[in-house]
Design a binder for this molecule. Structure first.
Ligand SMILES: Cc1cc2nc3c(=O)[nH]c(=O)nc-3n(C[C@H](O)[C@H](O)[C@H](O)COP(=O)(O)OP(=O)(O)OC[C@H]3O[C@@H](n4cnc5c(N)ncnc54)[C@H](O)[C@@H]3O)c2cc1C
Length: 430
């Protein structure tokens, strides 16, 4: 494709951009995708440095029933693994197993408290943080290790936000598909590869300016070149938009600027440890660590149960997810192995290697996924889905109010933007 022959420029080759580009291609439109990185997939990142697939970004297809990613995984011939969150052993600070009956009871109490928090928040005149509401309802519970564990390993991981930042009124205003979650033992990037097939993608093109002042064309300036087309779709992550890394001409509408500022963008990080032999721990799918408040990793995926590799993935969410990024690799690995030793109460096998994510510092993500922060409302997500100008729209997980924060939400947003681009091109007979 020559530089100026595209009907549509798509900025970003994450799942939103690739979904948009594929839908446009299927409609017979010429599309050029501009991607800053040397790899595709954005926050879907299957790292293979250790010789085994490790998903440092999206890993779970959330909800099998009706989820468009299931069909994509099938078309990509990617094997899936039905995960079971009840296949878990929870440990206390000293590494003693918390009996199921106690862990289950605490989980029920925690769910009931969240329901009560929802009822209280509904009647508030002004929004406040989820932490403030929980504090009001059950101040004594919040410091209990098992409660802290569920709040961090379940809620802060799922939403990506810290309790102190989550909107009490809207933190769970999104929807989910039914059915069990699926893991992709050979890597989530199978979906990315499948979606990228047949597309024209220019890598290492860092977009610096998007100019849609001309009524007929959008001009996109990168660090290397300039591109133009009648229509453009920008799938820049919310973190990148928050940092004003890209100049929009004209400036984004004030409603969108308000939304960008008000919505939250979280920090969840993963540390994958590969051992030369299996660990002497219960062969369940997950291990939970209800340790001290400062314990970096509360939730662990035992990848051995999923793929047979001697691999464990430690997850740091909330403040711990942020703090991790200030530490060296050696410090992070030491913190993770300390917890493993505690819960294993054994000599760990030799560590063969480790990989660590730092999503906040990753310039082209600048965080992990969007959430409803205090003071935001679900209309903020919807506002970001409205066209910026008659020839430019945004897409990405943060523009899907219903399924924000997920890979399927991002995918849907790309399809939505493609429909808009096709309609725009049809109207203008371009
Ligand atoms: C740690 C973590 C765990 C997650 N777990 C799950 C999960 O289990 N299940 C799930 O459904 N979702 C999960 N998510 C969320 C999911 O990964 C994202 O919602 C989804 O991948 C976002 O897709 P996107 O296309 O909107 O954005 P991105 O994937 O971020 O794509 C945006 C693209 O734009 C590019 N870009 C940025 N700046 C520029 C620029 N200036 N010029 C050109 N290109 C640029 C980026 O490099 C990137 O490729 C997780 C995310 C993270 C980080």
């Amino acid at each position: 494709m020559s530089l100026d022959s595209a009907d549509v420029l798509v900025i970003g080759a994450g799942i939103a951009g690739l979904a948009a580009a594929q839908a446009l291609r299927a409609a017979g439109r010429r599309v050029l995708v501009l991607e800053a990185r040397d790899r595709l997939g954005g926050r879907i990142w299957t790292n293979r440095e250790q010789g085994v697939p490790i998903d440092l970004g999206a890993a779970w297809i959330h909800g099998r029933v009706g989820n468009p990613l299931v069909a994509l995984a099938t078309r990509a011939q990617a094997p899936t693994f039905v995960t079971d969150y009840d296949s878990v052993v929870v440990y206390d600070e000293r590494g003693q197993i918390v009996p199921d009956v106690i862990a289950d009871r605490a989980y029920q109490d925690y769910r009931e408290l969240l329901a009560a928090a929802g009822r209280l928040a509904e009647n508030l005149d002004a929004d406040t943080s989820l932490a403030a509401v929980l504090q009001q309802l059950a101040p004594d519970r919040l410091t209990e290790p098992l409660w802290r564990y569920y709040l961090n390993a379940d809620l802060e991981f799922d939403t990506g936000g810290r309790l102190e930042q989550l909107s009490a009124q809207y933190w769970d205003s999104d929807a989910a598909f039914a059915g069990p979650d699926l893991l992709l033992p050979q890597g989530f990037d199978a979906i990315v590869k499948r979606l990228a097939t047949g597309l024209t993608i220019y890598r290492q093109q860092v977009v610096e300016r998007i100019d849609s002042r001309d009524p007929d064309r959008v001009v996109v300036q990168t660090d290397r070149s300039e591109f133009s087309a009648p229509v453009a779709i920008a799938t820049l992550p919310l973190g990148v938009l928050k940092q004003n890394q890209v100049e929009f001409l004209p400036a984004l509408p004030s409603r969108q600027q308000v939304a960008i500022q008000r919505l939250g963008f979280g920090a969840v990080n993963k540390v994958a440890l590969r051992f030369v032999e299996p660990l002497a721990l219960p062969a369940v799918q997950y291990w939970g660590y209800a340790g001290a408040a400062t314990a970096k990793f509360t939730y662990w995926l035992n990848a051995h149960a999923v793929s047979g590799e001697n691999l464990v993935i430690a997850i740091a969410s909330g403040q711990q997810g942020l703090d991790l990024e200030t530490q060296s690799d050696a410090e992070i690995v030491a913190a993770a192995t300390r917890i493993l030793k505690t819960i294993c109460n054994c000599r760990l096998p030799t560590l063969a290697g480790a990989v660590i994510s730092r999503w906040q510092r990753d310039r082209f993500a600048a965080g992990t996924y969007s959430y409803a922060a205090v003071g935001s409302t679900p209309t903020d997500f919807a506002a970001l889905a409205a066209p910026v100008t008659p020839r430019l729209t945004l897409a990405g997980e943060h523009t899907d109010a219903t399924y924000r924060g997920t890979a399927h939400g991002a995918y849907r947003s790309g399809q939505r933007a493609a429909r808009w681009a096709i309609a725009t091109l049809n109207q203008t007979r371009s």
